[in-house]
Design a protein around this ligand. Structure first.
Ligand code: UD1
Length: 438
């Protein structure tokens, strides 16, 4: 299997961005990270060689594959995003901390492991840079399916069951991760499981569809109630499944074109998944043509205020596009109000935007963005994946040069971002070392 994404540079690489060039061209949107990760976890449930298409070339996916490889899965990933995987020989061994600490989503293998092997020993996810990453809803779901859940020394949690039994589970809080994890645990439980107040994100639907292709019986995905009839066994043998496109990456690149007053076509997208986002972008004056599987954006000037943007669970405006949206709105006319209702620390990039000249005030979970005429290049530091994308967008639009640090975050969710943006006409390259850091 290919190693972790290696950019060929030593030291602490960063992006060197010369701002002010409009993006132009066609951007082919890759497969969705947030679907690929749980679907790869889902292969644990389905022994036999199966093929996944449109697997994104990002470091989070490679870490997940290393994790499964460590547990005994056979894995081949080619350069076109085709993954051949066979989990027949996989064993439920504790995941090494060195891998798991790199991947928040590694907790998402718990449900699949306990369903197939009756036990899982996984590290409890700690806090993360955008807020607490609580898993109480996951654990509540496992318990209601008949699992014994215990804390173990060293920050691990042991989830064990001698035969899972279906149940009615109502989540107190809508959680993407808990919906996926408990859904996987329930696939082979005895009898019927009803999950209520579940997440409706397209990536949850994609996981459910993949599990169904491997023999699970799941209904209701995409609504707030999912029903699962336990099956005796599942198999991946001969299954071929294409992962949905990444709506969050598509949105990021459309905003990159809009903030630079460029013109791009994002192809291979499911516009249906971006409805709330498209509505807001149009409100700011952008000229968008939406086809069956493409979105064309012709950047306009001036950018108008978005009014209020509220990041909430799907189908509302996505929290993962909140940071790039704020970067974009920092150059709009007038005042926009951006409220974050999912994570408690998701304005962690605003200080860097301010240093570039943005006028943004954060009052608890709302950012008040007063548009400015221009941003100025600066050394900036990505604190997480989407905040990193926001800072890259600001750098693309700014006058002068920026150095964007923290690329290991950006590489977790965006395929070779500097190559993709350069192909659209941006001046951005990955350089080694810390020399430009102030
Ligand atoms: C997933 C996505 C992430 C996205 C988020 C919200 C993946 C790999 N990541 O993250 O990109 O930003 O959905 O759309 O798919 N919570 C609890 N108890 C729980 C679980 C969650 O209180 O048991 C809280 C979390 O702390 C957070 C909120 O609910 O504040 C949302 O979390 P959740 O929907 O689970 O997000 P993730 O699955 O972690």
């Amino acid at each position: 299997m290919a190693a972790l994404y290696n950019n060929g540079l030593n030291g602490n690489p960063h992006f060197l961005v010369e701002g002010g060039r409009p993006l132009r061209g066609v951007f082919k949107v890759p497969g969705a990270k947030n679907a690929a990760l749980p679907i790869i976890a889902g292969t644990i449930l389905a022994p036999g060689r199966l093929t996944l298409g449109r697997v994104p070339d990002i470091s989070d996916v490679r870490v997940m594959l290393e994790l499964l490889n460590h547990m005994g899965a056979e894995i081949e990933l080619d350069d076109n995003g085709i993954l051949s995987i066979d989990t027949t020989a996989l064993k439920s061994v504790p995941a090494p901390y060195s891998l798991v600490k790199k991947l928040n989503a590694s907790f998402d293998i718990t449900g699949a492991l306990v369903a197939r092997f009756g036990e899982a020993m996984v590290p409890m996810p700690g806090g993360c840079v955008i807020g607490t990453r609580a898993v109480d809803q996951h654990l509540m779901g496992f318990r209601l399916l008949g699992c014994d859940v215990r804390s173990e020394p060293g920050g691990f949690v042991a989830v064990k069951a001698s035969g899972l039994v279906g149940n009615r589970i109502r989540f107190a809080k809508t959680s993407v991760g808990a919906t996926k994890n408990v859904m996987m645990a329930a696939c082979m439980a005895r009898g019927r499981t009803v999950l209520e107040n579940v997440a409706r994100e397209p990536e949850v639907v994609d996981l459910a569809n993949f599990l169904a292709a491997c023999g699970a019986s799941i209904n209701g995905q995409g609504s707030s109630r999912i029903e699962i009839s336990g099956v005796r066994g599942m198999s991946g043998a001969g299954v071929r499944y294409n992962i949905i496109s990444d709506r969050l990456v598509a949105g990021t690149y459309l905003l990159a074109a809009a903030i630079t007053r460029g013109e791009i076509t994002a192809t291979g997208v499911e516009p249906e998944h971006l409805k709330a986002f498209i509505r807001k972008l149009r409100k700011t004056g952008q000229d968008l043509t939406v086809g069956e599987d493409f979105i064309h954006l012709r950047g306009v000037s001036p950018i108008l205020s978005a009014g209020a943007v509220i990041a909430e669970p799907y189908p509302a405006f996505p929290t993962d596009l909140q940071p790039p949206m704020v970067a974009y709105l920092s150059l709009a006319q007038g005042v926009s109000y951006v409220k974050e209702k999912i994570f408690d620390m998701r304005f962690n990039y605003v200080d860097d935007l301010r240093r570039m000249g943005a006028n943004i005030e954060v009052d608890s979970n709302t950012a008040v963005v007063r548009g400015v005429e221009r941003l100025m290049g600066a050394p900036i530091d990505a604190p997480d994946i989407r905040a990193g994308a926001a800072l890259v967008l600001a750098a693309l639009a700014a006058e002068g040069t920026s150095q964007v640090h923290g690329l290991h975050f950006i590489d977790r969710g965006y395929e070779k971002m500097e190559e993709r943006l350069s192909a659209l006409g941006a001046s951005i390259r990955r350089v080694a070392g810390d020399a430009d850091r102030h």
